[in-house]
Write a protein that binds this ligand. Sequence first.
Ligand code: ATP
Ligand code: MG
Length: 457
Amino acid sequence: MIKKLIRRILGTKEQPASAANEPTVLGAKEHAIDPRMLSPNAVKVTKTLQDAGFKAFIVGGAVRDLLLGVKPKDFDVATDATPEQVKRLFRRAFIIGKRFQIVHVMMGQEQIEVTTFRGASSDGAPKDVHGRVLRDNTFGEQHEDAVRRDFTVNAMYYDPATQSVLDYHGGVADIRSKTLRMIGAPEARYREDPVRLLRVVRFAAKLGFTIEPATRAPIAVMAPLINNVPAARVFDEMLKLLMSGQALACLQQLRKQGLHHGLLPLLDVVLEQPLGEKFVTLALNNTDQRIKQGKPVSPGFLFASLLWHQVLEKWTAYQTAGEYPIPALHLAADEVLDAQTEKLALQRKIASDMRDLWAMQPRFERRIGKSPYKLLEHPRLRAGYDFLLLRCESGEIDREIGDWWTAFMEADGAGREALLAQKPKDGGEAAAAKKRSRRRRSRRGPGKDAGGAEGAA
Ligand code: ATP
Ligand code: MG
């Protein structure tokens, strides 16, 4: 009844689930997939499974990307073998996952994800009060597996042995018209798994596809459902979104679809801070470029940049309240990280990388004595320096500091000494250091400070 009402309001029609029991099969000439773009390891996995008498296909995003002429970043395989049967066929294979069991098959450095065909219906599966499917490990036929996938362009299967593509839901046509279309009734599919609300946005931005109207209509209405998804899953999806090579476009799409507000605290911070907008835009652009060039991007760097202006704001506030600069920075970092870990499940390693990057920043501004030499030995110097350059580029600090560090890092011993002898243009740092040391002396009271750390710097 309620479902019917929502459907009437949204004007969506339910697609008959039985529409596609038999796939359309496309041969090599029709789909023009370049076999050189395949991962030899993924082909090995499908062959091993097929030789053991099972069905096995490359599936999902890899087939979509291959059809678009893009080299896939990873390969998933679907099979009618059960997880235990898969595990037995490979030397290094691990069954993981609770909600959906999958097998990670390790081939050298590469990890191929192998999933068993899912059964058609999640009706009997345990759900939360909002209808989110909690666990579902019923296996089924290939056409049932296809219905369970999210978008038509993600529900195609490629057999490397015959070079044929099996298309159950008109995915090939949607690839050609650049359309993102949910399989089945969109609103029911979002309810089963609200993460699909974020996926639709990510794929639209990443692929440059248009979201088909019935798939788009429920998004804004159903957005609050994301609140019930475990933080770790939202975090994984956010990371994929930010590391898609189209992070800026993704964030713009999130905004356009009404998904940015109040849902993800990180995004509220990022999208609604006027001061940091330039910095965040630069950081995301930088990330997008690196990903497009195949360079590594660390999640720690990414999140540290996204939250930097929030840290800056709190850092200033603590200093205004009389705190010393370094403890003030640590207090600000704690506060920002605490607020994010609560909802975003920032992993500990990422949080500690972020803290490292932030803590390094004031050290770049001390260009006297031994300080710069000590900083050169920091294991994360390169990342800290990249972060510093972003700060310069955004206009937050003087470009001269970045240039000085570029020169200092490239110089030899004598060159470094010459740079250290150079007075900063405004004499700011030496003056600031003196002021700090004066302040510290006066706080500690007379006679206690005998030119310790501050004097050495
Ligand atoms: P990417 O290029 O980001 O890897 P992908 O489409 O391969 O994109 P994955 O998260 O790797 O995305 O998932 C692999 C496949 O599993 C998808 O193509 C889709 O068929 C299916 N899938 C993944 N997540 C969901 C979901 N939440 N609901 C339904 N199907 C899903
Ligand atoms: Mg994938």
